[in-house]
Design a protein around this ligand. Structure first.
Ligand code: UTP
Length: 476
């Protein structure tokens, strides 16, 4: 066995007071040693030290910095003739960008999906009410429908992480790329960060394995830049990255009005928002901090501010972040390359991290024992020129699958899909009984291949002869 294996790495770790990572070295076989060294080599020890320091300081400074926050102005949904004109202009501008092939789709799907607890990539999770199509298929169908409508191929970037990269690729492969040309899809892998104790020591998951987690959805900038994606986009004349999360089948990515507003305001990063359902809703809020657009996570917003009301009875901090953004590829590239003045901060999430005891035996902690370090995509907003927030109708755009049951689970998401299908069908005269929340008493499904929006549904409805029985129907 070569005694020099990983010598430099081990030395660097010892100097950085991380020598404990190799404390079982003498008991490891060659394969285990190689695996551990290769994992350790992925870690940037300086970034880790600085990132943790910053995350812990952020914890302290955030608590003190709520004096300087104000609600943000946003472009609200059309309410009068003037605003209807603005939305129409934005829509036309967005459609023009799509016709010229200036937009790429970008799904972030590298998360661990711990709350859902599904055995496989989240994008493979069956989500539609009748045919149980997986999330990735729902997006693929929207993408294909947009390609057809605008007469252009659209590149689709899918961000994965070490934990699900090969499974995700395999899933697309087995599903024949859902009918999209495989040459239009790019899988890009995000980076990983080691989990640490409060003291900064890296945690071992087993004697030969470091506990690591994906570096957060903010890692998408680095993944886009390091994989060559942003360069490819810039070369191909793509001006907007349409960013959305893998867990929201209603996500209206490639939506023309949003793209149009983003372009016409000269924004480098724009975001969609909807009024929060109440102070307790678990979404971050857009606000101005020291004059800069920023998002404050629900867990960080003091209760007093979360509950604060305006004179009209609406929440003062109501602009809920729905995790849909339009991003300029050059801006993404600059952030991804982390030039000195442009680094996303790390945040500390205290979690239960499976580890080992001093003898190397597995330990499943009952309470949080360590810190996961993550960056957040919305922390890019303060770096962006003219960042812009644009309202979207929540019922049409947002119903994520986060949990195995309860709020934001498959049940609430399927109900929201059904409500949307029912609204479209009732608008064209279909007789459907619904409860007070708009939930239909029947189960049916409308695929994006049939209609991308309610206007198209109205046209296709006539074409298919206004069917009278909808129970179990799949419009495809
Ligand atoms: P969430 O914060 O909901 O995390 O991610 P999650 O990993 O899906 O689920 P939990 O918290 O472990 O239960 C929001 C979106 O950001 C992506 C996720 O895949 C999801 O689309 N994400 C999150 C990444 O792509 N990478 C990350 O490191 C974190």
């Amino acid at each position: 066995m070569s005694s020099n294996l990983g010598q430099e790495t081990r030395l660097a770790f010892a100097e950085a007071k991380q020598g404990q990572v190799f404390r079982f070295w003498d008991k490891l076989n060659q394969v285990e040693r190689e695996a551990l060294v290769s994992q350790a080599n992925q870690i940037d020890l300086i970034e880790l030290r600085e990132g943790l320091q910053q995350a812990l300081n952020l914890d302290l400074s955030e608590a003190q910095s709520f004096a300087n926050i104000k609600p943000t102005p946003w472009i609200s949904l059309p309410a009068d003739l003037d605003s209807e004109h603005c939305w129409k202009d934005a829509h036309e501008q967005g459609e023009e960008l799509l016709r010229k092939g200036r937009v790429a789709a970008f799904t972030v799907a590298g998360g661990q999906g711990t709350r859902l607890g599904y055995n496989g990539p989240k994008g493979a999770y069956p989500v539609t009410p009748v045919t149980k199509k997986p999330l990735f298929q729902v997006f693929a169908e929207k993408l294909k429908a947009a390609e057809k409508r605008y007469g252009k191929n659209i590149l689709w970037f899918v961000m994965t992480s070490e934990a699900n990269h090969s499974q995700t690729k395999e899933f697309f492969n087995q599903s024949n790329y859902f009918g999209i040309s495989s040459s239009s899809i790019r899988f890009i892998q995000q980076g990983m960060m080691p989990a640490v104790l409060e003291t900064g020591e890296i945690i071992l998951e087993s004697p030969s394995r470091i506990a690591m987690n994906p570096d957060g959805h903010g890692g998408s900038f680095r993944a886009l830049a390091n994989s060559g994606a942003t360069e490819e986009m810039i070369k191909k004349g793509i001006e907007i990255i349409s960013y959305f999360q893998v867990d929201n089948p209603l996500a209206p990515f490639l939506e023309p009005s949003f793209l149009g507003f983003h372009a016409s305001t000269g924004s480098q990063m724009s975001s969609r928002a909807a009024p929060k359902t109440g102070p307790e809703e678990k979404v971050g809020v857009f606000c101005l901090r020291n004059g800069s657009l920023t998002v404050i996570e629900y867990s960080d917003l003091p209760e007093k501010l979360a509950c604060h009301m305006q004179s009209d009875g609406t929440l003062t901090f109501k602009a809920g972040n729905l995790a849909m953004h339009a991003i300029d590829p050059s801006f993404a590239h600059k952030l991804g390359k982390r030039t000195h003045d442009c680094k996303l901060p790390f945040h500390a999430a205290r979690k239960k991290i499976p580890t080992i005891d001093e003898k190397g035996n597995p330990v499943s902690p009952k309470k949080p024992n360590g810190i996961k370090l993550e960056t957040f995509v919305f922390d890019a907003l303060p770096f962006a020129k003219n960042p812009c927030v644009i309202e979207v109708s929540r019922q049409d755009a947002f119903s994520p699958v986060k949990n195995a049951d309860g709020i934001d689970s498959i049940l609430t998401c399927q109900a929201d899909q059904l409500r949307k299908f029912a609204r479209w069908a009732r608008a064209v005269g279909a007789e459907i009984d619904t409860d007070a929340s708009g939930l239909p008493s029947i189960n049916f499904e409308i695929s994006a291949g049939f209609a991308l929006d309610h206007e198209e549904f109205a046209l296709r409805w006539e074409e298919v002869g206004k069917p009278s029985i909808l129970e179990g129907t799949v419009f495809t």
